[in-house]
Write a protein that binds this ligand. Structure first.
Ligand SMILES: Nc1nc2c(ncn2[C@@H]2O[C@H](COP(=O)(O)OP(=O)(O)OP(=O)(O)O)[C@@H](O)[C@H]2O)c(=O)[nH]1
Ligand SMILES: [Mg+2]
Length: 352
């Protein structure tokens, strides 16, 4: 059956020539949690790497219901009108809560989904096994982004789904991070508390229509003042606060201009950011693999729970418990066994 599949170089060619079926196949490969697919997926990503990097990568976040999907639909359609091709990915590292929001996204981005210049891909439903693969949903979204770039998409938009950790994951894979907010209800302060503002390259107050324009302008001013007090993310970039309405398609062009200005005024900033993101990605792959190897042996897993209980009870110091656990890990993973584990994780046999 495997023989009927295109070879990796053929798949790479298909993706580079903009073939949507090849792109979908490539993404399925990248999303697969089977060890043998992981090797193929890494080979594919590596082959496509020279063809990536030309897109503008935009991350969009905001509390549930703030209007992210509606915004992305209106924004995406505007970009298509400019002759650009747009890929939209969603990321939900909290795995469990999926089906509902994906359905919601499909209907909320209905027009965009139908456009031939657009490509929408929700993050794969996180199965238990899937969540345990190397790098999890975050890795898959990053690689899907690279595939979309190789396929010629000019803009890749990543929407965060769910709360908590996903903002940091998305901010670590995009050039520009846009935070959507609502006017009033102390939203601006909520964002500050959760540390989201530190990640923002721009803030857009959305759902601003005639009825609430005055309140939104005031909220925008408060936000600008508050942003002045925080530590700047870049010394030469002042985080703009803008107003928009996805419903009335207002303020979207201004937001696009800000994205372009951020990226084009100082291209070295984006280059440098991407390099640092790539290194961090590598580090987190190593961390993930080490963690997975640690819990691979049942003995070590058992010892870990025992030691955790002892630490909790104050019967052993955390450092001593860590040392015991690492000793047990070292014993259980001799050289040969760790080779086996690496290949099971899809790390060995990677071809350039
Ligand atoms: N008035 C108004 N309503 C909007 C606007 N944008 C979105 N909405 C409405 O707000 C609700 C939530 O919109 P979504 O786009 O699904 O929000 P979301 O942030 O993607 O939601 P989750 O993905 O569930 O976190 C929907 O009922 C939209 O119709 C806007 O610009 N103006
Ligand atoms: Mg949504």
């Amino acid at each position: 059956m495997k023989d009927a599949q295109p070879t990796i170089p053929a798949l790479a060619d298909g993706i580079c020539s903009g073939n949507r079926r090849a792109l979908a196949k490539g993404i399925t490969l990248v999303e697969s949690s089977r060890a043998e697919d992981t090797e193929d997926a890494q080979t594919l990503v590596n082959q496509l790497l020279p063809h990536t990097g030309r897109a503008r990568r935009i991350g969009i976040t905001g509390v549930p219901g703030v209007g992210k999907s509606t915004f992305i639909e209106a924004f995406g359609l505007m970009l298509i009108d400019k002759g650009l091709r747009v890929a939209v990915l969603t990321i939900d590292p909290s795995s469990e809560r999926t089906g509902g929001s994906i359905l919601g996204d499909k209907t909320r981005m209905m027009h965009l989904a139908r456009a031939p210049e657009a490509f929408i891909r929700p993050s794969p439903a996180g199965t238990h096994r899937g969540a345990a693969t190397l790098g999890g949903v975050t890795r898959r979204t990053r690689e899907t982004m690279l595939l979309c770039e190789a396929a010629g998409f000019d803009v890749v938009i990543v929407e965060t789904v769910g709360v908590g950790q996903s903002e940091t994951s998305v901010a670590a894979m995009v050039d520009f991070f846009l935070v959507l907010m609502l006017a009033g209800a102390g939203d601006e302060l909520q964002g500050m508390k959760r540390g989201i503002m530190e990640l923002a390259d721009a803030v857009a107050i959305t759902k601003v229509e005639d009825a609430n324009r005055t309140a939104a302008e005031l909220a925008g001013q408060h936000l600008r003042n508050a942003l002045h007090l925080g530590l700047p993310k870049y010394n030469d970039w002042q985080v703009p606060v803008m107003l928009c309405s996805a419903l009335e398609k207002r303020g979207l062009e201004e937001i696009w201009q800000v994205v372009c200005k951020f990226m084009d005024d100082n291209p070295a900033r984006v280059q440098d950011l991407r390099r640092r993101q790539a290194v961090r990605w590598m580090r987190s792959a190593v961390d993930d693999a080490l963690n997975m190897m640690l819990t691979r042996s049942a003995d070590v897993r058992e010892l870990r729970s025992t030691l955790e209980a002892s630490v909790m009870a104050g019967a052993i110091s955390p450092m001593l418990a860590a040392a015991r656990l690492l000793e047990a890990f070292e014993r259980s993973f001799g050289r040969e066994r760790s080779r086996d584990s690496l290949s099971e994780l899809g790390f060995l046999g990677l071809k350039d």
